[in-house]
Structures are given as structure tokens and as C-alpha cells.
Design a protein around this ligand. Structure first.
Ligand code: R5P
Length: 307
């Protein structure tokens, strides 16, 4: 079975890096925006006898990238692909994993259902809630960038560092870092008022005189991280603050908001493509090799695929 890597428009640089790590040329496709807002996807290769891996995080604009992924998968099947899988390192809608206020849609479940109808397998990374794996009707490879990010933080950190979960949802993630880095953990109780507004209720743990490393699965508007940093400074932490997150969406004015804070290091992965230049102290760790190794393992030792 031949292997084809195909990129949507969400993160072509990552797709190139994955293809290069696998020693293959990316497949050819075009994606066109129609004046009425529809997308048209065409695959230009004959994919008979091929296993295709689409590389497409469903990052902002989330709905557009999701639709591209579905259309790409459809086009690959029509081009003869034997099996179509997707690497969706950032899974948009993950935060809509349950109902919070009455009759809300559970977006994560709906998106998982949609993807399960068109893909045979999915590779994703540091899902907002690991239980989302169970929403899919296809096998899911749930990877974590935490070991890569922990390596980049350095395994010989000074003893006055402390890992901080900026909300209760991030405690297990912070514990994962803590186990690798042999550091203590503190956490923050946060309340979210809207998509952009969060408040800190309490800092739990002794952060006084320590240098915090605040870790989360994602940074979107930056509201969570920024409120956490402000609360930590109020509690007397040292000002050399590091933040680490797998997915750096950095939407809206997030870069400017971070620029006004004393953050020494912002450590993220390249799961989300950012074409803009920034003066922020951002270090990006590539997940391309990890995705490539996963694809290689699945391609050469395929187990249960949904056909
Ligand atoms: C929510 O629980 C997530 O883990 C993140 O903390 C949150 O989504 C980050 O969003 P923002 O940067 O907009 O606060």
C-alpha cells in the first residue's frame, strides 16, 4: 500500500515537515473559495492503492478548516484512496464537550460524529478533555506533546520552579509535566464568564518566592493565562514566568495582551500555523516528527481500521 500525505490549508508548513520526515512528497490538491462562501476541493493524484493521511488541525477559522477536512476526505475516496485518516493535532470544538447551560449543542460530539463518517482513523494531540476520544466511532491515536515541551523546558530546572495549572481542568496535565520535571504543582480556581472573560477565585499551593511554569492544553484569547499570571504575581511569585501550552491559537488581541506582561518564555508547539511575526519570547517545538512516527507505525503495522 502506498502512502500519501495531503495538506489542507490549516497548517501547510506542518504537513510539509511531516511529509519530509516520512521521505515523501505531499500529494497535490487545490482548495478554492467560491464567492458564495462554499469551498471546492480537488485532488489531482490518482489515489488507487493509497492510504492517505490528511494533515489538518481544525484551528481558526474552525468551521472552514473542518469543512475542508471533510471535503478533502470525500475527494480522496473519490480519487480511489483505500483508506483515509487524518492528523488533527488541534481538535476544534473540543471545549464543547458537555452541556453547561441547558439546551446547548455538544459540539465536540457532533464534530466527532461527522469525522467518523468520513475518516477511518484520527490522530490528535492533547485533547482538551481526553474523554473526547470516546466520542469517535473510529480508532483515535491520542498523542501528547507534554514530553516534548518538558524536554524543551529542560530537565534540570532550579528547585524554586513550580508548575501551575491555571484552572482545575489543567491539573492532570500539570501533574504530567510535574512527573517528568520532578517539580511541585499549584493550581488555580477560575471562573469563566464568557469566551473572553475569566476571573481567578483562588491560588492553591505555595507560590511565594517561586518561579511559575503555567501549563495548559491551549491558549486562545490568553484570558486564562493572563488572569493566572496576575493572580500568581499578587501571591508573591517571582516575575520570571514561563508559560507552556500545546496549542497556541492566540486569537484576537492575545499577542498584544501577552506583550504587556512580564512573561520570560512562551513555549508552544507548531500544531497551529501562525504566519505573523511577533516580538513575544515564543519558542515553538515541532510535533512533525512525532506525527510522522505515528503515521509510519500505523501505515506499516495497520490494525483495526474502519473501512
Ligand atoms: C479551558 O478550560 C482550556 O483548557 C483553556 O484554559 C482555555 O480554553 C484557554 O482559553 P483562553 O486563552 O481564551 O482563556
Amino acid at each position: 500500500m502506498q502512502l500519501t500525505i495531503l495538506a489542507g490549508r490549516a497548517n501547510p508548513a506542518l504537513a510539509e515537515a511531516v511529509a519530509s520526515a516520512l521521505g515523501v512528497e505531499p500529494g497535490r490538491c487545490t482548495i478554492e473559495d467560491f464567492p458564495d462562501g462554499e469551498l471546492q476541493v480537488k485532488v489531482h493524484d490518482d489515489l488507487h492503492g493509497h492510504d492517505v493521511y490528511l494533515i489538518q488541525p481544525t484551528s481558526p477559522p474552525v468551521s472552514e478548516h473542518l469543512m475542508e477536512l471533510l471535503l478533502l476526505s470525500d475527494a480522496c475516496h473519490r480519487a480511489g484512496a483505500v483508506r483515509v485518516a487524518a492528523a488533527v493535532p488541534y481538535f476544534g470544538y473540543a471545549r464543547q464537550d458537555r452541556r453547561v447551560h441547558g439546551n446547548e449543542a455538544v459540539g465536540a460530539r457532533l464534530v466527532a460524529d461527522l469525522l467518523s463518517t468520513r475518516l477511518g482513523r484520527i490522530i490528535t494531540m492533547d485533547l482538551h478533555n481526553p474523554a473526547i476520544e470516546g466520542f469517535f466511532n473510529i480508532p483515535v491515536e491520542h498523542l501528547s506533546a507534554v514530553p516534548l515541551l518538558a524536554d524543551a523546558l529542560g530537565r534540570r530546572l532550579s528547585e524554586n520552579k513550580i508548575l501551575v495549572a491555571p484552572d482545575l481542568g489543567a491539573v492532570k496535565l500539570a501533574q504530567h509535566y510535574a512527573n517528568l520535571l520532578k517539580l511541585p504543582v499549584a493550581y488555580i480556581q477560575k471562573v469563566r464568564h464568557s469566551g473572553t472573560e475569566v476571573n481567578v477565585l483562588n491560588v492553591v499551593g505555595d507560590v511565594y518566592g517561586r518561579s511559575p511554569i503555567v501549563v495548559d492544553d491551549m491558549i486562545s484569547t490568553g484570558g486564562t493565562m493572563i488572569s493566572a499570571i496576575e493572580a500568581l504575581l499578587d501571591e508573591g511569585c517571582l516575575p520570571d514566568i514561563t508559560i507552556a501550552a500545546t496549542h497556541a491559537l492566540m486569537v484576537g488581541s492575545a499577542p498584544q495582551r501577552f506583550a504587556s506582561l512580564s512573561v520570560e518564555n512562551i513555549l508552544v508547539t507548531d500544531s497551529i500555523y501562525h504566519p505573523f511575526e511577533t516580538a513575544l519570547p515564543i519558542k515553538r517545538v515541532s510535533i512533525a516528527q512525532m506525527l510522522a512516527e505515528t503515521i509510519k507505525r500505523l501505515h506499516y503495522h495497520p490494525s483495526s481500521w474502519k473501512s
